[in-house]
Ligand binder design. Structure first.
Ligand SMILES: *[C@@H]1O[C@H](CO)[C@@H](O)[C@H](O)[C@H]1NC(C)=O
Ligand SMILES: *[C@@H]1O[C@H](CO)[C@@H](O)[C@H](O)[C@H]1NC(C)=O
Ligand SMILES: *[C@@H]1O[C@H](CO)[C@@H](O)[C@H](O)[C@H]1NC(C)=O
Ligand SMILES: *[C@@H]1O[C@H](CO)[C@@H](O)[C@H](O)[C@H]1NC(C)=O
Ligand SMILES: *[C@@H]1O[C@H](CO)[C@@H](O)[C@H](O)[C@H]1NC(C)=O
Ligand SMILES: *[C@@H]1O[C@H](CO)[C@@H](O)[C@H](O)[C@H]1NC(C)=O
Ligand SMILES: *[C@@H]1O[C@H](CO)[C@@H](O)[C@H](O)[C@H]1NC(C)=O
Length: 868
C-alpha cells in the first residue's frame, strides 16, 4: 500500500533524479559515480587520545591476560531474551568482569518499574536549554546505573528529520544538526557523569522506518549520501557526540551507498574511527549484523543481541564463529584485541569496575520471579525484579523540561494565560487517560489518551501520569471535560466560554503498526489523528474562543483551522512524558511564560517539502534513497525555495516581549588560514602480541553446564579449525583490504576531528531585556550566512549556536555570549577532505533572532553589529 500523497509517479521521478544525482549535484567537485562505499582498511586501533590513556592502560593490562574465549565473550551478545536486558554480552568470571547490560531507551529505562518517563528528545530540543539537556542526561544516567544498565541506548540523533513522516524523528532533538549536536553532547556528558555508558545512534541515514532492515528475505534501503551532505548535516551531531567522549556508537540497519552500515568500512573505520577519532566501541543495532568476518574487518566491535540471521536458534555471526575466524587466521588477532580493548576502555573510563550494580530488573516480566533466560528452551527460574526505585527527584527535571518546551504558536488578543475563574470546556481524548489503563499497550504501540511519547523501543513505562484533565481540574474545579474525539452536539457555548481542544499526532518504530501507520506516518500523513482537525473546527463553530493544545511527534498541518477567527491560541506541548498535565497548566494559567521554540518547521502543506524526502516503498529490489536535496532539509529548504511556512523553525511566543540590544562581535581566534592548522600526530595505542592463540583457548570447558540456545565463544573441535589456517582454503577479503594503516586523515586529530575546528573564532555578546509585563525566558538563536566566496552554495541561514536566558522579571536584562567556532563557518571540502572557511571570516554574516526569520541583530564578523 502506498502512503497517502505518495504516488508511484513520485517514486519514479525520485528514481530518475537519483540517476542524475551524483553528476548534477550542488557541488561541482563531487564525483559522478553510482552509489559506492570505498573500502577503508584496516580498522584504526583505539587508545591514542590522552583523555582515554588511563582507561586504555587498565584495559590493556586486562586484555593482555584474556584467553580467546574470554575476549570473544565480551564482543558478542548471549542471544535475544537471554538475560534481563535488551542485550547482554558474555562475561569473564575469572577476572570478575560481568556481562554488560545494554538496554533502551533515550527517554528512560525501558520496560521496568519505578523509573522516570522523561520528555522525549524532540521536547528537550524545543527547550533550547543546554542545562536542562544536561540535567536530563544526569537523570537518565542515574536511573540506568540504579537498575544495573551498563550501556543506555541513547541519545538518538539519527534520524535527523529528513522525512517529516519518518517514524522516529521524535527520539532526537530536532531537524537541525546543531540542535541535535548540542542535545546529544549535553545528554552524553550528563549520562556519563553518573558512570553509565551512553550510546549515540543510529549511524547513519536511518531516515525512514519502513524497509530499514535487511534479513534473509529482504534487503534494507540504501541511503545514498554524498560526502558533503554527510559531513555538513547527518554526521555533524555524531561528531559532537564523539567530542563529548561518548562511550559507544550504534550503527543503523540500513545501507549507506549500498554497503550495510554494520560492515561499511568507510563509515566505521574511515569516518568514525579515523577521522572523528572515536575511542569507544561500535555496536550493531539489534539484529543488524549481516556478516562475521566482513563486519569485524570493517570496524564493528560488538554484536547485539548476538543472534545470527534467524534469532533464537543459538546461532551467531560472532561468538564461536569469531573464535573460529581468529584461529583460522582470517580475522587478525589485532582486530579482536582492539574490539575488546575499546569495550573495556569505555567500561573503565566510566568507572564501571568500581561498585557498578548488576541488573536488578527484568525487561521480560513484571513478576518478582521469572525465567533467567526466557529465550532458552529450558531456563532456570530466579528473582529477576527487585523493583529498585531509581526516580529520586527526577520528576522535577521532567516537569521543568516539559514546561519549558511548550511552544506558543499563536495567542491572539492575549487569550492566554487563562484565569482560574475562566469558564473552560475541554475536548479531546488527548486530554485524558488511556481508558484501558496506564501502560496498557506494549512499547506504547497505541494512541489512547494524552500522547506522552511515540512508540517502539525508544519508550519507557510511565510510573504515573498526570493528565491535562487532572491538572486542569485541580486548578479550576468548574472546568467541564468532554473526553471524546467527536464533538458533542448538545454543547451550548456563551461568549465567555473558552474551549480547549486537545489533538495529537503519533509515530514510532516499524515493528508495531498503529492505526495503519507502520512506524512512519503513512496513513495519517502530517494530520492530527482521531479526527483532530474536525474536533477543532466543530469547537470553532460553537465557541468564540478556542485554545488548541497539540501533542505531536513532529510537524503537523494546521491549515484546516488555524486561521479561523475563534482559534485564538495554539500551543505545541510536544511529547511531555509523565508530567504532561502539570507542565501544561504551569503555562496555561500563567505561572510560567511559554519559552519553547519549534525544533522544526511547520509547513502549510506537504508539497512544501522537496519531493525527495517522501517515504519510499517498492515491492522488489533494494530501495535506493538518494539524498538529492543535499543539506537543504527543513528551514534550509524553505529559505532556499522562498516558501513561507505556517510557522518557521525556532518560532515560539511568550507572554512577555524581549528586546535585543548592545550587540558586539569580537575576534577570539583569528581565522588566518582557509583550512585549520595541521593536526597533531596520533598518540600511541596499546599493542599486543599478534600470534594466533592456541586453539585450546576456545575449547568448551570440561563439564560445562550449557544453556540451550545460548551463544557461547566455544568450538567443538577447535584443533581442526585451526588447521584451516594452513590449508589452501583462502578467505576472499573485500577489495581494497589491507593491513597497512592509512595515513591519519587531515580532518582528524582528536575526538570529533581536528581540535582547531572548535576554536572559537568570533564571539557575539548581546543584551536581552524583558520589555513586557510578565516574567519570561528568551532564546537567542544564532544563524550564520556564508559569503559566496566560500565557493559553494550554502543555506542563507544555518543555526550554529543558541543560549537561553534565565527567568527575566519585567524590565530585567541578561547579557548572553555566543561563540562561533571555525567549524561553524566552514564547509566540507570534498576534494581536500577538510573543513574550509573564508580567511578572516571576510563576508560572513551572523544573525541573532527569535526564529529563523524573526531576526533581531545582524553582525558582520570582524565588523560591526546592527539592530534590525
Ligand atoms: C557515498 O558515495 C559518495 C559519492 O560517491 C561518496 O562521496 C561518499 O564518500 C560515500 N560515503 C560512504 C560512507 O561510503
Ligand atoms: C596480567 O595480570 C597480572 C596480574 O593481574 C598483571 O600483573 C599483569 O600485568 C597482566 N599482564 C599483562 C601482560 O599486562
Ligand atoms: C562467557 O560468558 C558466559 C556467560 O556470561 C559465561 O558463562 C562463561 O563462563 C564465559 N566464558 C569465559 C571463558 O569466561
Ligand atoms: C575462518 O572462519 C570464518 C568464520 O567461520 C569463516 O567465515 C572464514 O571463511 C574462515 N576462513 C577460512 C580461510 O576458512
Ligand atoms: C540493584 O540495585 C540496587 C541499588 O542500585 C543495589 O543495591 C543492588 O545491589 C542491585 N542488585 C544487584 C543484583 O546488583
Ligand atoms: C474572573 O475574574 C476577573 C477579575 O478577577 C473578572 O474580571 C472576570 O470577569 C472573571 N471572569 C469570569 C468568567 O467570571
Ligand atoms: C600450521 O602448520 C605448521 C607446520 O605444520 C604448524 O607448526 C602450525 O602450528 C600450524 N598452524 C596452525 C594455526 O595450526
Amino acid at each position: 500500500m502506498l502512503p497517502r500523497g505518495l504516488t508511484a509517479a513520485l517514486i519514479a521521478a525520485a528514481a530518475q533524479r537519483g540517476l542524475a544525482y551524483f553528476g548534477a549535484s550542488l557541488d561541482a567537485r563531487q564525483s559522478s559515480e553510482e552509489p559506492f562505499s570505498p573500502p577503508y582498511y584496516p580498522a584504526p586501533n583505539g587508545g591514542w587520545v590522552s583523555t582515554w590513556a588511563e582507561a586504555y592502560e587498565k584495559a590493556h593490562s586486562v586484555v593482555s591476560n584474556l584467553t580467546l574465549a574470554e575476549k570473544v565473550n565480551l564482543t558478542t551478545g548471549t542471544g535475544i531474551f537471554m538475560g534481563p536486558c535488551a542485550g547482554q554480552t558474555g562475561s569473564v568470571p575469572r577476572l570478575g568482569i560481568p556481562s554488560l547490560c545494554l538496554h533502551d531507551s533515550p527517554l528512560g529505562v525501558r520496560n521496568t518499574d519505578h523509573n522516570t518517563a522523561f520528555p522525549a528528545g524532540i521536547t528537550v530540543g524545543a527547550t533550547f536549554d543546554k542545562s536542562l539537556m544536561y540535567e536530563r542526561g544526569v537523570g537518565l544516567g542515574e536511573e540506568a546505573r540504579g537498575k544495573g544498565v551498563n550501556v543506555l541506548l541513547g541519545p538518538s540523533v539519527g534520524p535527523m528529520g529528513r522525512k517529516p513522516r519518518g517514524g522516529r524523528n521524535w527520539e532526537g532533538f530536532g531537524f537541525d544538526p546543531v540542535l541535535q549536536g548540542v542535545g546529544a553532547a549535553q545528554t552524553i556528558k550528563g549520562m556519563q557523569s553518573t558512570g553509565a555508558i551512553a550510546c549515540i545512534k543510529h549511524l547513519i541515514g536511518n531516515e525512514q522506518e519502513m524497509h530499514r532492515m535487511s534479513s534473509v528475505v529482504t534487503q534494507g534501503y540504501s541511503s545514498n549520501i554524498d560526502d558533503r551532505t554527510l559531513h555538513e548535516f547527518y554526521l555533524w551531531p555524531f561528531a559532537e557526540g564523539v567530542r563529548a567522549e561518548v562511550g559507544s556508537v550504534m550503527i543503523a540497519y540500513n545501507d549507506v551507498n549500498k554497503s550495510a552500515c554494520s560492515q561499511n568500512s568507510k563509515l566505521i573505520n574511515g569516518i568514525l574511527k579515523d577521522e572523528l577519532g572515536f575511542q569507544g566501541f561500535v555496536v550493531t543495532d539489534w539484529l543488524a549484523h549481516l556478516g562475521g568476518v566482513s563486519s569485524a574487518l570493517a570496524g564493528l566491535d560488538m554484536d547485539m543481541p548476538g543472534d545470527g540471521p534467524i534469532p533464537l536458534l543459538g546461532n551467531s555471526y560472532w561468538g564461536y564463529e569469531l573464535s573460529r575466524s581468529i584461529l583460522n587466521g582470517t580475522v587478525p588477532v589485532d582486530r579482536l584485541n582492539d574490539m575488546v580493548t575499546r569495550i573495556l576502555a569505555a567500561w573503565f573510563k566510566m568507572g564501571q569496575d568500581q561498585d557498578y550494580p548488576l541488573p536488578n530488573f527484568s525487561s521480560n516480566t513484571e513478576d518478582e520471579r521469572g525465567l533467567l533466560y526466557p529465550g532458552a528452551l529450558f531456563s532456570p527460574v530466579g528473582i529477576v525484579n527487585q523493583y529498585v526505585d531509581v526516580q529520586a527527584d527526577h520528576d522535577i527535571t521532567a516537569r521543568v523540561i516539559a514546561r519549558d518546551a511548550i511552544t506558543l504558536l499563536k495567542n491572539e488578543g492575549d487569550l492566554l494565560p487563562l484565569r482560574v475563574n475562566d469558564s473552560l470546556k475541554v475536548f479531546g481524548t488527548d486530554a485524558g487517560p488511556d481508558p484501558q489503563g496506564l501502560n496498557s499497550c506494549t512499547d506504547k504501540g497505541c494512541n489512547r489518551g494524552v500522547l506522552t511519547m511515540g512508540w517502539g523501543s525508544g519508550t519507557s513505562k510511565l510510573p504515573y501520569l498526570i493528565t491535562p484533565q487532572e491538572a486542569i481540574a485541580n486548578i479550576t474545579p468548574t472546568a467541564e471535560f468532554y473526553i471524546t474525539d467527536s464533538f458533542p452536539s448538545s454543547i451550548e457555548a456563551n461568549d465567555e466560554d473558552i474551549a480547549i481542544v486537545f489533538i495529537n499526532s503519533d509515530s514510532g518504530e516499524n515493528y508495531i503498526t498503529v492505526d495503519g501507520n507502520p512506524g512512519d506516518r503513512t496513513a495519517s500523513g502530517l494530520h492530527a489523528w482521531h479526527n483532530g482537525d474536525g474536533l477543532v473546527k466543530a469547537a470553532a463553530e460553537r465557541f468564540s474562543q478556542v485554545v488548541v493544545v497539540i501533542h505531536t511527534v513532529g510537524p503537523i498541518i494546521l491549515e484546516e483551522w488555524v486561521d479561523l477567527d475563534p482559534v485564538k491560541a495554539v500551543l505545541v506541548a510536544h511529547l511531555p512524558g509523565q508530567e504532561a498535565g502539570y507542565s501544561l497548566t504551569d503555562v496555561l494559567f500563567g505561572d510560567y511564560s511559554p519559552s519553547g521554540h519549534l525544533p522544526y518547521t511547520i509547513p502549510r502543506e506537504e508539497a512544501n517539502y522537496p519531493s525527495s524526502v517522501g517515504l519510499l516503498q517498492q515491492p522488489f529490489g533494494q530501495i535506493q534513497d538518494y539524498y538529492t536535496e543535499g543539506i537543504y532539509i527543513d528551514y534550509r529548504h524553505f529559505l532556499k525555495e522562498n516558501i513561507t511556512p505556517r510557522y518557521p523553525f525556532g518560532h515560539g511566543l511568550s507572554y512577555t516581549t524581549f528586546e535585543f540590544s548592545e550587540p558586539t562581535v569580537s575576534v577570539v581566534t583569528p581565522l588566518d588560514s582557509a583550512y585549520p592548522p595541521s593536526r597533531s600526530a596520533k598518540g600511541s595505542a596499546p599493542t599486543y602480541p599478534t600470534t594466533i592463540p592456541p586453539a585450546s583457548e576456545a575449547a568448551w570447558p570440561a563439564s560445562f553446564d550449557r544453556i540451550w540456545r545460548y551463544i557461547y565463544p566455544y568450538l567443538d573441535n577447535p584443533q581442526a579449525d585451526a588447521a584451516v589456517a594452513n590449508s589452501t582454503n583462502k578467505y576472499a577479503y573485500p577489495d581494497g583490504y589491507t593491513t597497512e594503516p592509512k595515513p591519519p586523515p587531515r580532518a582528524g586529530g582528536a575526538e570529533g576531528g581536528n581540535p582547531a575546528l572548535w576554536d572559537v573564532a568570533f564571539s557575539i555578546q548581546v543584551t536581552v531585556t524583558n520589555t513586557g509585563k510578565r516574567p519570561g525566558r528568551a532564546v537567542a538563536q544564532l544563524y550564520v550566512e556564508l559569503p559566496e566566496s566560500i565557493g559553494l552554495d550554502t543555506p542563507s541561514r544555518q543555526l550554529r549556536q543558541f543560549e537561553k536566558t534565565g527567568i527575566l522579571e519585567a524590565g530585567a536584562s541578561e547579557t548572553l555570549m555566543l561563540g562561533i567556532t571555525r567549524k561553524d563557518v566552514s564547509v566540507w571540502d570534498v576534494m581536500v577532505q577538510d573543513w574550509k572557511t573564508v580567511v578572516g571570516g571576510e563576508g560572513v554574516k551572523v544573525y541573532i533572532g527569535e526564529s529563523v526569520v524573526d531576526l533581531k541583530v545582524e553582525c558582520e564578523v570582524g565588523g560591526r553589529c546592527s539592530i534590525l
